[in-house]
Write a protein that binds this ligand. Sequence first.
Ligand code: C2E
Ligand code: CA
Ligand code: CA
Length: 636
Amino acid sequence: MFAISDLNIGSYTPVGDIIALSLCIIMVILVKQTYIRKEKSRFFIIMHILAFMLIVASANIFMQTYIVKETVSPPFIYIMRMLHHVFLSMTMFLYIRYVQGSLWLLPKDKKRSRIAIAVIILSAITLDIILSVFKVGFYINKKHEYSAGLDCFEILYIVFTVNIIYMLIKYRKRLLIKVFTGLISVLVMSNLLLCIQSIFKQISYTTICCLLPMISIIFLFHSNPYNTDTGAVSSEFFAQEVKENLAKGNEMVIMCCHIPGFSVYIAKSPVLKTEFMDFFRVNIKKSILYSFPNDSFVLTFTKQKNSDYEKLVDRMLGNFAMSYAKFKIDYKIIIMESSDSVIDVNDYHNIIEYNDLKMPFNTVVRITPEDIKEYYDKNYILSQLEDIAARKDLSDPRILVYCQPVLNINTGQYDTAEALMRLKLEKTGMVFPDQFIPIAEKFNLIHNLSMIILNKTCAALKRFIEDGYIIKRISVNFSAIDLRYDSFCDEVKGIIESNGIEYGKIAVEITESRSDADFNLMKQRVMQLQDLGIKFYLDDFGTGYSNFERIMEIPFDIIKFDRSLLIESLKNSSSQYMVKTFANMFHELKYSILFEGVENEYDEDRCKLMMAQYLQGYKYSKPIPIEELTKFLLHV
Ligand code: C2E
Ligand code: CA
Ligand code: CA
């Protein structure tokens, strides 16, 4: 009924193990109920750790409680003790494996490392049995007296602990400082608790000391911040949840509401806060609300759980319209349903973002299959543009030069033309500038394209001249980004020279720039290249900005009046007077005027009344492949 040696074994009450048991159960419930990251392999480890700890605590309670009861047979005690130790060491191994994963130290050969772990645990079991047989380790004698003796598992635990602390300190740079501090503090705290219990000759808190570090990894690596103002969880978990639902065969509805500055508004207005909460909580079953960094909120739910989802969405939009009438805060709402044509779960948010950029404020957009296709096409175009830029091939076959002849009113001939770029790609076929120029500019890939088009235009000019065609020049469009390159002038010169044509055969078309820096650069480039004979056209005059004083500072050769001015001049007599005055002014100042977008005879007549020297538009020709320009040229 009593221990052989009181020094050998501490006193035990089940308090610690019962707390450990309850903590495990609480953690399982919390993990199930909260929005934490549940990536497969790492989360799998966590769930195993919690399950093993349940066994560890229960086995210890049984062993320690029944060890003092003579009626219970010793093999039961031995089995319980062994269960406790084996599962505790497996838990520790899992913990080490988990931390190794976070420190990028996972063993390459997982099978071998699993065998090594099994060998270590089996050796410890064997050694423990041997120690018990020789009465050096834990044993119970015939009188039901027991001794703790030498415990080889304890040595294993010390090795584990030293190993984990050493690993953490050695590779601490691979962890966020907060995570490192968190892990180390909890380990220190648990070991301190172990020391304190040994001072008091206690063994009740061993299990709980081992559970604490396991809980810390759930907090540190899996917690998902929850915003109490909006009830939204961080976006990190979004893709994972969508993926899990799709894997289960669930169809999803994803609703995004983008309200710039929302976090500021909501902090100020409790009324807005309540309204917002109500908006996203309209009877939707199992919905989750995510907050994305740019003040976007994304609500997800499954169609299966909400069979009347269409009505729900309509009701939400109705409520939202009422809130908008009250608060007048700008918004964009995008509704998307899961679709087989979405390749990667992350694309759901990318497609939403892509459409968000395109749509106006205070509208609702439902993503259609065409929108998804457009998104993938844009991505494909972008990857092709990146490839074109990387190859640096000035004759890249994917870039085509189209040309639109320009009528010279003085001579009645087509002696100049404008080069217009097209992309011809394997998957999409012909791509027009409005589909790729904005992408190329956004991703800084335009410069390569400009140089390719310039090179191909020069090469075509060379052929026309050699074949005896009369052509004064062809204008090439450049972007403000091109002018920012210090090498711009040298590159343009180099390409013209290498094609063996005169500088004057090329004209540069640029649109007016709003920024001072770009305007000054433009001025500089014009001065540098005009001396060589290269002509400069101001493109799209009349669209948007048009700062006269500024334009006069740059000695352009030709001002291109945009088609919108021609349309404007149709409206009434005062608009016509305004356009005519512009034209007269430029004419007086010795600029030549080109009208773009001349579509019919009526357009042509009006342009002629407005000092036009050059005419360009569908009336004469649509853009054609540059080779076909010869149809419009005179032959010597
Ligand atoms: P842009 O420089 O103003 O070019 C004229 C556009 O008007 C061309 O569209 C042309 O097809 C179209 N157009 C010609 N005649 C008519 C007409 O009678 N009526 C109407 N409604 N439109 C007419 P495109 O080829 O689609 O080019 C669109 C824009 O893309 C160009 O506008 C230019 O800003 C840009 N772009 C084209 N090629 C290049 C290039 O090589 N480099 C750069 N940076 N931009 C280019
Ligand atoms: Ca142009
Ligand atoms: Ca234009």
